[in-house]
Design a protein around this ligand. Structure first.
Ligand code: SF4
Ligand code: SF4
Length: 364
């Protein structure tokens, strides 16, 4: 653990100013699911009172959403020490079995789910775009293997705008899942470097998944992974298409609220692009905790080991929408879309940005 992380682990204590903002702590109501409790456990590990394996499960009860980091008035960074402690756990060989299984899948198949085959419909949609162009639409593992309909819709949206683009039948792993699971380990860097090597054949990479956008635009630079292609978010790419008129829009006048993915709003500081797209097709209202203050709505990866908590996290976000009288949430993260759609409720409809653009109905 770096000196900076050790300092944050020791200094983060009892102020609780970030307690209310943690989506997982809010969902479970457990004190252990706060950054303060995680820091306390790690400081006891650093002092030799606990072993790392005593607190390792707790390291995986954090989404690394950065809400606490943003809220911390003293500038401490719970995401940093959590990631470093995960790397340490991997290096010491004390990862929980349920995490080891996902890491092995990432190394063997490029995705934590261990899926190797594409859905037939997606395979067909991709087949129409395998020819090399300057622009690569990078779908990401969640869309490709867990929500293929979202991947097909991303392709349809770019087709609707007349974009000349490529989609890879065999897409390399960006490395975000490995980075989340074991931090900046050599295996993570190797996966990222191999991915950059393939992506550099293109001028522009449009990252459909905000999580991929963050690693392409931030982590690759920080880890000195040589990505020379220009990476842009799918939302900013769509916003440009709307503003140039390439993506024709007819406004339905329907009022919706937008679920900011923390990866876009906090990690990349992008809050307006999706709103520009939404306001071209509907009317964007705001719910509690939006923009950089956004509250995460759950994801597919953590559902692998915390399914009940993910349901509660999504339910909490749906309540936030209901709280402002909204009946429709629009998402820009395939993982949050899946998480919100899985919630057992009928009051609030969940739309992806692509569904809004394509004018598709919502069966939820
Ligand atoms: S991370 Fe900052 S705001 Fe949160 S408990 Fe620690 S010191 Fe307080
Ligand atoms: S990063 Fe997010 S999930 Fe993790 S402790 Fe902070 S607020 Fe909670």
């Amino acid at each position: 653990m770096t000196e900076k992380s050790k300092k944050h682990v020791d200094a983060c204590r009892f102020c609780w100013m970030c307690r209310h903002i943690c989506p997982i702590g809010n969902a479970t109501g457990l004190e252990r699911n706060t950054s303060r409790a995680r820091a306390l456990g790690l400081s006891l590990v650093n002092r030799g009172v606990y072993k790392l394996e005593d607190v390792v499960d707790n390291l995986y009860e954090c989404a690394c959403c950065g809400a606490c980091t943003k809220e911390c008035v003293t500038g401490y960074d719970p995401v940093l020490f959590t990631r470093e402690a995960r790397l340490e756990a991997a290096m010491e060989g004390v990862l929980p079995a349920y995490i080891n299984r996902l890491v092995e899948h990432c190394l063997e198949t490029g995705n934590a789910y261990g899926i190797t085959e594409l859905d037939d419909g997606l395979r067909k949609a991709v087949a129409a775009h395998v020819q090399k162009t300057d622009t690569l639409l990078f779908l990401g593992v969640d869309a490709r293997y867990k929500v293929p309909a979202a991947a097909v819709n991303a392709i349809r949206v770019l087709e609707k705008a007349g974009v000349d683009f490529t989609v890879l039948m065999e897409e390399p792993a960006s490395g975000w899942q490995l980075e989340y699971l074991i931090g900046a380990a050599s295996e993570t860097r190797e996966q990222m470097t191999a991915c950059a090597g393939q992506l550099n054949a293109y001028k522009k990479i449009v990252a459909f998944d905000p999580q991929d956008a963050v690693v392409f635009k931030r982590e690759y630079r920080e880890l000195d992974v040589g990505l020379t292609a220009a990476a842009v978010t799918f939302t900013s790419f769509l916003s440009d298409l709307v503003q140039t008129g390439a993506l024709a829009a007819e406004n339905s006048g329907k009022e919706v609220v937008y679920q900011d993915p923390f990866q876009l709003a906090r990690d990349l500081g992008e809050t307006e692009a999706a709103r520009t797209v939404i306001n071209a097709f509907a009317v964007c209202r705001e719910m509690l905790l939006h923009g950089r203050d956004t509250m995460w709505a759950g994801n597919l990866l953590m559902r692998e080991w915390m399914p009940e908590v993910m349901e509660k996290v999504a339910a909490g976000r749906i309540r936030d929408a209901e709280g402002v009288g909204a009946d429709t949430i629009v998402t820009a993260s395939v993982s949050e879309y899946a998480s919100l759609k899985a919630a057992k409720q009928e009051k609030v409809k969940i739309f992806s940005l692509e569904e809004l653009v394509l004018g598709q109905g919502n069966e939820s």
